[in-house]
Ligand binder design. Structure first.
Ligand code: 2AM
Length: 404
């Protein structure tokens, strides 16, 4: 195996003028967002607690087109490398790591500088940090970043909330880095306080719903309709040409065409995947918030329940045995006689209607929170900046890389 290319010098001090923006936290999302910003023509300083990730970022910056990325291994040099007013974007794990990173950087920040947390943070943590930063004259944004690693590199949907001046300082950078659609860049100032994080949380909850709906549509086609994998692939392919067009539907079609490389008889890989999933938490927060605000969000709640139930694999296998013994064998539904064509069309319509309901539930939740907090959120703007992330190209990457 070839040894990795040596890292370029840590701080290529040749870039001038100094960067206006820095990014701390160079795991996958941070690295990709930093490279994206640099590629759009904005020099950027980068820092990570563990220096190896600074080196790997610099190697990528060099390999992906000599991008203007300046590496730093200590927080002081990192902060002081920035032109004032400084903006430091954090992409570290939500929770205590954000506080630790803020503690490491703030001694060197000055009044008027800004911190932008790009993680999937609980909105109340952002509201606490806005107050703590304000006591030092520092501006603060909590910014949802949607699109997983590919979105971060090539155009995420950005949901910044908090101090509007912090947004205005880097608005031009965010507008260039964000996904571009015919309706403009996928970024807007969401609102004050933790509004950006809250909106990102609901966005993820809506995606939980989307995935559950697609899974249930598949289940009906398979169990009730008795469709084969290749027939289901064709159905999703066809659906992707109509009002259901989205990346999730597109990749669902692809999933059914992949053969199991370990199965000599050419069986489909999808039938070998364990039906058991985990989650990272934003769906649970969404449902908790819906309950707190007395907003019905049945699709999102059902998707969360679906994940909990999927985790109970052993119990489900045991229960199937009990049902079998009681005269309800697996595959009972497959014995129902249905007209496949009619079924496929009804499932398509049901999927579309359910999806609309799910989005409405999410929007309703955001509206209720906006009223409670006095955030005055613009729902149409949110729908606009979600265009690429919820419907577009980056969905699959978010399933892999983001807070789902
Ligand atoms: P690391 O590379 O030094 O572990 C995702 O885990 C990112 O969050 C990484 O960049 C990681 O830095 C960073 N991170 C996690 N915990 C942290 C902490 N307590 N302080 C600073 N950075 C942290």
């Amino acid at each position: 195996m070839a040894s990795p290319a040596p890292a370029p010098p840590a701080a290529a001090a040749t870039h001038s003028p100094p960067p206006r923006i820095g990014l701390a936290g160079l795991a996958t999302m941070g690295q990709n967002l930093a490279l994206n910003i640099a590629e759009k023509g904005f020099p950027i300083s980068v820092y990570n607690r563990t220096a190896a990730k600074v080196d790997s970022t610099l190697v990528r910056a060099r390999d992906e087109g000599a991008l203007p990325v300046l590496g730093h291994r200590d927080p002081r040099g990192f902060v002081l490398s920035l032109a004032r007013p400084r903006t430091v974007v954090l992409l570290v794990q939500a929770g205590p790591a954000v506080d630790a990173t803020i503690d490491a950087l703030t001694p060197y920040l000055e009044p008027g500088d800004a911190i932008v947390d790009g993680g999937n943070e609980w909105y109340q943590n952002t509201e606490r940090r806005i107050e703590e930063a304000a006591a030092r004259g520092i501006l603060y944004l909590g910014m949802g970043v949607s699109g997983g690693e590919e979105g971060a590199r090539n155009g995420p949907s950005l949901m910044p909330g908090g101090h509007v001046d912090a947004y205005n300082n880097i608005r031009d950078i965010l507008e260039k880095a964000a996904a571009q659609t015919e309706d403009g860049a996928c970024v807007t100032f969401v609102g004050p306080g933790g509004a950006g994080n809250f909106v990102k949380m609901v966005h993820n909850g809506i995606e939980y719903g989307d995935m559950q709906l697609i899974a249930e549509a598949y289940d009906v086609l398979r169990r009730v309709g008795g469709l084969s994998n290749s027939e289901i692939a064709d159905v999703f392919d066809e659906w992707n040409k109509g009002e259901l067009e989205s990346f999730l539907v597109e990749i669902t079609a692809d999933i059914f065409t992949v053969a199991d490389p370990l199965d000599g008889s050419g069986g489909a890989l999808v039938d070998k995947i364990l039906d058991k999933t985990g989650m990272k938490g934003t769906g649970k927060w969404t449902v908790q918030q819906a309950a707190e605000l007395a907003v019905a969000a049945p699709t999102i709640a059902a998707s969360l329940d679906g994940r909990y139930l999927s985790g109970l694999k052993d119990e489900r296998v045991a229960a199937a045995g009990v049902l079998e013994e009681e005269g309800m064998p697996a595959g009972l539904l497959e014995k129902i006689n249905v007209d496949k064509k009619v079924l496929v069309d009804r499932v398509r319509q049901a999927l579309y209607a359910s999806k609309i309901c799910s989005y409405a539930q999410g929007m309703n939740l955001i509206r209720a929170k906006s009223v409670e907090k006095g955030w005055n959120l613009n729902l149409a703007e949110l729908a606009r900046i979600w265009k690429e992330s919820l419907q577009g190209r980056w969905c699959s990457d978010r399933m892999r890389g983001d807070g789902l």
